[in-house]
Write a protein that binds this ligand. Structure first.
Ligand SMILES: Cc1ncc(COP(=O)(O)O)c(C=O)c1O
Length: 377
């Protein structure tokens, strides 16, 4: 920092220069975040100074957060859930497993996740000193319940199902996992970081949420398909005792305890989530998902015309294409200004069709993809 400060205009100019170097979402098909809804941005600004870590000072923001949790729970089968707004899927997953570990009785705890679990579970292994066992996938990239069962032992404190896998957008057989959890009295966490704001609005119905008796906790991120500002995740528990497992005594704040991972935390994102969920309602999110699914189907249709097939029929707005030499195709698309990503096993081109994608922009992308794929054959 310099001794003498700069004028506001000079600083704003600097900021604009940095901002100009950021990539516009228009050409991004690799991200699970998108432009926040304008009302979310406005609400964010209104609550910028609210600190939910010291909730006694911000009773309004605190109550608003409770309402967001109830809205998320209502969308996911139980408006009476207990939880809080986290910084995203990673924090929610960490905290859910921390709660499960704390109420488990093992001194060598393990959890069972699928091979397609998000890398936040690798962080969990390191941070929480929990062994993370990875169960096999079936031929359409869902976790194989028999493999989950085979990995469970007396030290298993939780099993995890994914509703909207990061790489394939696939939904694990959560009903089977729920039955397993009930039968064996094991904690079941459902990571619906991406899927929470998609699956309820698909034509096909999936059992994946608190309507299933075995589901103990869920991750549901407003900052992905919820069109909220970043960083807004949702952590939800069916049973308040699980949230209590996360309590820490906070002697010098206006509240006695805290259950969040971070201390000071933003009320702005809770306001943003509140605003966009109230404003769009379930109908608004349905329209958003319909738009994304229409474009997703268009990708499959158009790719088929130039001989490229998806690895699975897209379940949600994630398409994985078998383009042959994935690394080269991705690079060539990158040279044309498109941001795409890959799956690990098998290696393939992964596209996430987010609400920021327009029909026109998608056709431009597909024109380029066709040219690149034809050049490579
Ligand atoms: C299924 C799933 N879980 C967790 C996460 C982590 O979320 P975040 O990046 O918000 O921490 C992601 C991110 O894409 C995800 O797809």
């Amino acid at each position: 920092m310099k001794d003498k400060g700069e004028s506001e205009q000079a600083v704003l100019e600097r900021l604009s220069n940095y901002r100009a170097r950021d990539i516009s979402y228009d050409r991004v098909l690799s991200a699970m975040c998108t432009h926040p809804h304008p009302i979310a941005a406005r609400a964010h600004e209104m609550f910028m100074e609210a600190n939910l870590g010291d909730a006694g000072l911000f009773p309004g923001a605190h109550e608003m957060e409770h309402e967001v949790i109830a809205m998320l729970g209502g969308m996911l089968g139980d408006a009476g859930v207990h939880g809080y707004i986290t910084t995203g899927g990673t924090e929610s997953n960490i905290q859910a497993i921390r709660a499960a570990r704390n109420c488990g009785i093992s001194d060598k705890p393990n959890i069972v996740v699928s091979e397609s679990a998000h890398f936040s579970f690798d962080k969990i292994a390191d941070l929480l000193r929990v062994e993370v066992r990875k169960a096999d996938l079936d031929e359409v990239f869902r976790v194989d319940p028999a493999s989950v069962e085979a990995h469970i032992d007396d030290n298993t404190v939780a099993i995890v199902g994914i509703a909207g896998t990061t790489e394939f957008g696939q939904v694990d057989p959560i009903r089977e996992l729920s039955d397993m959890a009930v039968e064996r009295s094991i904690f079941l966490h459902v990571d619906a970081a991406f899927g929470a704001f998609v699956i309820p609005f698909l034509d096909k119905r999936y059992d994946f949420d608190f309507r299933l008796p075995g589901v103990s906790s869920m991750t549901a991120d407003p900052h992905k398909m919820g069109l909220c500002t970043i960083p807004a995740g949702g952590l939800l528990f069916r049973d308040p005792s699980h949230l209590h497992e996360l309590h820490t005594h906070t002697p010098y704040l206006t509240v006695d305890t805290q259950y969040s991972l971070s201390g000071t935390r933003s009320g702005a994102v809770a306001a943003a989530a509140y605003a966009v969920m109230r404003h769009l309602g379930l109908d608004g999110y349905r329209t958003t998902v319909e738009h994304c699914m229409k474009l997703t189907r268009r990708v499959v249709e158009r790719a088929g015309e130039f001989g490229v097939e998806p690895l699975i029929d897209p379940v949600m707005n994630v398409v994985v294409l078998d383009v042959g030499d994935t690394v080269k195709v991705r690079k060539a698309m990158g040279a044309r200004g498109w941001y795409t990503s890959i799956t690990r096993r098998p290696l393939a081109l992964r596209l996430v069709i987010m609400p920021h994608m327009s029909e026109k922009r998608l056709e431009e992308f597909l024109d380029d993809l066709e040219q690149v794929c034809r050049e490579r054959t």
